[in-house]
Each structure stands twice: as structure tokens, then as C-alpha cells.
Ligand binder design. Sequence first.
Ligand SMILES: *Cc1c(COP(=O)(O)O)cnc(C)c1O
Length: 368
Amino acid sequence: MKISSLDLKRQYEGIREEINKAVLEVIASQSFVLGPFVESFEQSIAKFCHVKHAIGVSSGTDAILLALMACGITRGDEVITTPFTFFATAGSIARLGAIPVFVDIDPFTYNIDVNKIAPLVNTRTKAILPVHLYGQCADMDGIREIASANGLMVIEDAAQAIGSVYKGKNAGILGDVGCFSFYPTKNLGGYGDGGLVTTNNERLAELIKILRIHGAKMKYCHSHIGINGRLDAIQAAVLSVKLKYLDGWSEKRRSIAAYYHEHLEGLPVRLPKIAPYNTHIFHQYVIATSDRDALMKYLESQGIETTVYYPVPLHLQKCFEYLGYKRGALPESERASNETIALPVFPEITQKEQDYVIYHIKNFISQR
Ligand SMILES: *Cc1c(COP(=O)(O)O)cnc(C)c1O
């Protein structure tokens, strides 16, 4: 049997007619960047996230960049974040000349360890940028407490967490600004790049809307130095169709995760833990074992595709050498990089396929 990490063709099969119609409508309108399709999507996603302002942008990376810019982050400012994430989280901080300050992760949720943040706050610290990794929110109450005690902004990297809920509140409204990605492989994926910024802050919303069009509220009058960070209409049309299905897909992901849990429990591997205050949406289902590389190779030999998110933590990336972190500095992140492996989890995976994955994990372990 061959099982890929993600099979987007199956999803498309189920919604083909609707998607094709929506895309053709955009083409017929010849309105391709921002415009009515984007505005209508922004309204429905704002409702979905229970947020006042939802601003469509060109990617998750640009969402983070624009959020940081709107919060006034600039050269020499320090932004506290996690090293166990996709590059864009810290890359966007460094792009602005600001300094990513890495905090180790909690080994159970893989999210930033809130207990390790406070000692790193100083007069240069301007913001905290937690990531809701794999679809589970970071412990935001602890983060907000430190932020408000020190006058810091909180920017959520919710790229993997659309529809995720923390203590009854949606990801994207748990800080000052939320950032989402619609990269095709995300839980709500477009047919190209796309992203979103969410906020309940009127002033930040206005600013982000201006910054995404080169800082010009009125055409050719530039009050700010912005970027080209717009969402295009074909993406908005695709996303509008898919958004209606998102809750159902998240529910499926949760039951797929529960099935893995039921059948892998008791084996000598570490299974994902859901913090009691969280509703996980399982963007990834990640297990951990010190035999990770051998397990991955074995599964591959059986036709099962798995992925490692992320093999090198950001504090050990070549481009961040200048920050001066040494191997061993953030041990939990480094261990996670060496030991974690993501199993196939997507709404359309069949139970037969899951059984095949489970069978081969057990088989691998019994041969050790
Ligand atoms: C995908 C992702 C991003 C970047 O989103 P793009 O749309 O690919 O630019 C940022 N942070 C995290 C945690 C992500 O998973």
C-alpha cells in the first residue's frame, strides 16, 4: 500500500464542481487582486474566527511581517519566540532588523514554555510571538500576563491553527494580532499562497490594510513604507468554498488522531498530548521516539510517507549563527528535532490506511 502524508486530490474530488464554478466566476469578473471576492471572504472568515477585523494578505509569512510592522517592531527590538517552528516565524522578525530571542519548548505540547519567558524580558523586548504548533494553542493566559506586566505586544503565529480553540476562544483573538497561512497544505489551504491577519484592534487593522498596499491609503500617497502583501481573488474564492467544510474536516482530523491514540497507546513512543484547556485541530499528528530515523526509513520502505517538522531548530540554523546560540542551549527543542515524526493525518485518510500505518509501527517496534 502507498500512503502519502497528505492527499489533496481526494479533497478536490469532493468539492470539484463548487471550486471550479467559484474560480470561473473570478475569471469572468476579471477582478483579480483584493476586490469583492476578497472582501466577502474576509467577512466570512472574521465571523468564523469571532474577530472584528480579518485582513487577507499574500501569505502566512507576510501576515507575520505585516503584524510585526504594524506593532512598530523595528531595528534592534527583541521579540521572544520559539525555535521549534517553521522558519517564517523568526525569519520575519529578523527581516525587520529585530532580534529573535528563542525560548525553549514544553516537551509535551511542543509549544513555547511559558515558565521560561519572564527571565528574558528586558528594556529592548517589544513583543512575544508564540506559535500554535501542529494545531494546538500555546498557553496564552501565561503569555498575556507577562506581556501586560511589561507592556509587550502579543502576536500569534496561528498558521497551523485555524479553528483551534483555547479556553473557549478561537486562535487569532488570543493576543493583539493573529497570523494565518492558507498555504495549500494547511488545514484551510488555497490553490497557491495566501494568508490572513486578524485583530480586534481598530488602529492595527487600519494600519495593516494600508501596509499591505505599499503604505498608501490613497493611491500614490504613501504615509508608510509598506509591502505588496495583498490576497488575490482566486484564492479568496477557493477559500470561501472550503471554509464551509472546515469544521467538518477538523472533526475528522480529531477522530483520526483519536484512532491513532487508541491503537498506539502503551507502545514505547511518545504520543501527542492535548493540554486540558485546548481543542486541538491536528494539523499534524506527531509522535516521538529516539529511534525516529530508523522508524521513518522502515515506514518509507513500506510505502508510508512521513515528515519531520522540524529537523533543525531555528537557533541552530546557519543564517542565525550571528545570534550566538550553541548546540545544547535549548535542549527540549533540539530533542524534538531529533525525535519527532509526523504520521499521515488528513480528513480523507481511510481507516484501512490508518490500520496499515499502525500495523507497521507495531511491527517496527516488535523487531527492535
Ligand atoms: C506555514 C507556516 C508559516 C508561513 O506561512 P506561508 O503561507 O507558507 O508563508 C508560518 N509559520 C508557521 C508555523 C507555519 O506553519
